[in-house]
Each structure stands twice: as structure tokens, then as C-alpha cells.
Write a protein that binds this ligand. Structure first.
Ligand code: CUA
Length: 367
């Protein structure tokens, strides 16, 4: 019984320390897709450097200030029977010293910060140009030199600078790829730019970082950093065009067993899937918002929904909300609002099961 108060005292002392250590260790883990602490590109390294410089200055200030505070609390604490201490009102030397020290620290932080602002604001020469257009709630990517229009998957070649020229079709959004670059707001009828050079291959998370309406949180995208060879393969494939205009080059094997099973039609071939899918695409209302090479609206520059020409080559549907699988496409097409409440994809009428099956098989052909 005698040692119980001692245990309670030490638990009170160590609980916050243990909590701090758990949080600190959790923060060190690397499997957070939106971490800014693991930069993978030159722009992100510049930002990271400013953060680390500022962080260590702050740590120094914290240790000095808290150290002085703890020292004063212990050294000058009230003792039983002690007389009232000597009272001081103002000390000009001290006032000057503790004005100059913070000003000097801020100057040490300001110099690298301003340098980083100028470095990141400069437009790179010799970069691949990509146009970014924010929409409620998805991202459109255009490669004017390569004549590619895509959505929600931003492909970039590793080791080559890309320059993103960005705007929005509706409200203000903020374009953010935590591991490659900082944030940039995008504004209607104005153009901002951001650039970066990926130093590794892989798939990275991007996110809208400015509240832009009910589905702001589901306005994500993927950055696919390819090796230069894979980027060329991707670009070449995107330029082949839709199977609607180029069906002859698509092999029947492109129709997977899954899709045949979903279609309840084990004899499905490319031509029948394309014909039924195109019919559903036209009659189901898709055509009102989506472009797809080979459909009448293909030439439109500004449509409400993503260009679907190569939808099956992308990682997700509904701007990062679901992985792109036949099952998820089916759920989405049956009721988009159940996946992304408030989504602007309003079907003029619910699609029939047969229409959804035809559309899923049709879209899956668009690799
Ligand atoms: Cu777009 Cu938030």
C-alpha cells in the first residue's frame, strides 16, 4: 500500500512523455501518401529546406525560452518564511536585447524563405508544358504538344521538369502534390503556374487543398511518375485514340473474362461491346457531359465531365474516390450520388442494369 502514491506520481509524469514519444514515432513513419516530409522532387526539396531551417530555429528558441523559464521557476521559487523579493520595473538593456534577438532570428529565417519564393516562382525553360483545369470536383490535364486530354491521372516523366499552367472552369481550387511541389490556388480566367521534376518513379497522391464545395474532399488525383520510356509508351498509347474510331486494332482478348461474365454474354466480341456501349453512352445521357473520341462531342474544349477516351488506363474513378474496377464502375453508374454525395453527375434517368453492364464493358475497353 505504501508505494501506490509513488506509482501514481510517476505515471502522471511519464504518461505525457509516452504520449509524446508515440506521436513523434507515428509522425516519423513513411507510409502517409500525403506527407510533405518525404520530398521526391526538386521543388519539394526547396520547400522542405525552408521548413527544416525554420523548424530548427524554432527548436532552439523553444529550448532557450523554456530553459530560462524552468530555471527561473526553480531558482526563484517562493520558500517558506522568505521575504518579498526585490521588485523591478523595466530594464532598458534587457528590453533591447530581447528585441534584437528575435529580429535577428527572423532575418535568418526570412533570407532562405525569400530566396525559395524567388526560385519557385521562376518559370522553367525547357519544360514539358501541361495545362491543368480544376472542375467541381475533378482535375483535367491537357498536354498541348502531345495532343492528349486526360483527367485525374497526371503522368510525368521522371527526371524531366514539367511546367503546369493552371486555371479553373468554375470556383477557386488549390492544386497540391505534397511530395512533388507546394500548393497553388487556381482562379477563373487567370493562369498560375507550378513546376517540378520528379526524381523517382511511382504513383503519388494529389489533392485539392481549398474548400470548393460539398465534394472538395473527394477532389483528389494521382501523379504517375513514369520512367522516360514508360512515359513515351503511355503518350503513344493515349494518341492511338479510342477503340470507337480504332476498334480494328483492339484484340478480342481485351474483353476480359470478368466483363464477359458481368455481361452474361460469353460470346461478347469487341464489335458487339462497342456497339452496345456506344448506344448506351448516347441514350443514357453520358454524351451531355463527357467527351470520348468517336462520339459527336469529341471536339468540344470545355465539357462538364472528364474526357473518357482512355478511362480504363486511369487508377481511379470519381477523382480518386474509388479504384477503377468493373464493380466500382457499375456501382458508380447505377447511382453516382451514393458514391459521391452532391456530385454534379446527374443522370437524366436511372440507367437500366443492361445499360450499366454495356457501359462497364464498353468503358473497360478504353484502356
Ligand atoms: Cu476543389 Cu477543393
Amino acid at each position: 500500500m505504501l508505494f501506490r502514491p509513488a506509482i501514481r506520481r510517476s505515471a502522471r509524469l511519464w504518461a505525457p512523455v509516452a504520449l509524446f514519444l508515440v506521436l513523434a514515432l507515428a509522425g516519423c513513419a513513411q507510409d502517409y501518401p500525403q506527407t510533405t516530409l518525404a520530398p521526391k522532387g526538386d521543388f519539394a526539396h526547396i520547400v522542405d529546406q525552408v521548413f527544416r531551417t525554420t523548424f530548427w530555429w524554432a527548436v532552439g528558441v523553444f529550448i532557450l525560452v523554456e530553459g530560462a523559464l524552468v530555471y527561473a521557476i526553480v531558482k526563484f521559487r517562493s520558500k517558506p518564511g522568505a521575504a518579498e523579493p526585490h521588485q523591478t520595473h523595466g530594464n532598458t538593456t534587457l528590453e533591447i536585447v530581447w528585441t534584437i534577438i528575435p529580429a535577428a532570428i527572423l532575418a535568418f529565417i526570412a533570407v532562405p524563405t525569400v530566396k525559395a519564393i524567388f526560385r519557385t516562382a521562376a518559370e522553367p525553360t525547357d519544360a514539358i508544358q501541361i495545362e491543368v483545369i480544376g472542375h467541381q470536383w475533378w482535375w483535367e490535364f491537357r498536354y498541348p504538344d502531345l495532343k492528349i486530354v486526360t483527367a485525374n491521372d497526371l503522368h510525368v516523366p521522371m527526371g524531366q521538369t514539367v511546367n503546369l499552367r493552371m486555371t479553373t472552369a468554375d470556383v477557386i481550387h488549390s492544386f497540391w502534390i505534397p511530395q512533388f511541389a507546394g500548393k497553388r490556388d487556381v482562379f477563373p480566367r487567370r493562369y498560375n503556374n507550378i513546376w517540378f521534376k520528379a526524381e523517382t518513379t511511382g504513383v503519388f497522391s494529389g489533392q485539392c487543398a481549398e474548400f470548393c464545395g460539398v465534394e472538395h474532399a473527394r477532389m483528389a488525383f494521382r501523379v504517375v511518375s513514369d520512367s522516360p520510356e514508360d512515359f513515351k509508351k503511355w503518350a503513344d498509347h493515349q494518341q492511338i485514340g479510342s477503340p470507337l474510331v480504332n476498334g480494328g486494332t483492339m484484340a478480342d482478348s481485351a474483353i476480359t473474362a470478368d466483363i464477359k461474365a458481368m455481361n452474361h454474354d460469353t460470346s461478347a466480341n469487341v464489335d458487339s461491346v462497342l456497339a452496345r456501349g456506344k448506344a448506351a453512352f448516347m441514350s443514357g445521357g453520358c454524351i451531355g457531359c463527357h467527351a470520348m473520341e468517336g462520339t459527336p462531342m469529341a471536339g468540344m474544349m470545355q465539357l462538364v465531365g472528364p474526357n473518357l477516351t482512355h478511362i480504363a488506363s486511369r487508377h481511379t474513378i470519381a477523382a480518386g474516390t474509388l479504384p477503377l474496377t468493373p464493380e466500382n464502375l457499375s456501382t458508380w453508374l447505377h447511382n453516382p450520388d451514393s458514391v459521391k454525395p452532391g456530385v454534379l453527375m446527374k443522370l437524366p434517368r436511372p440507367l437500366t442494369d443492361d445499360e450499366v453492364k454495356a457501359l462497364v464493358a464498353f468503358l473497360e475497353l478504353h484502356k
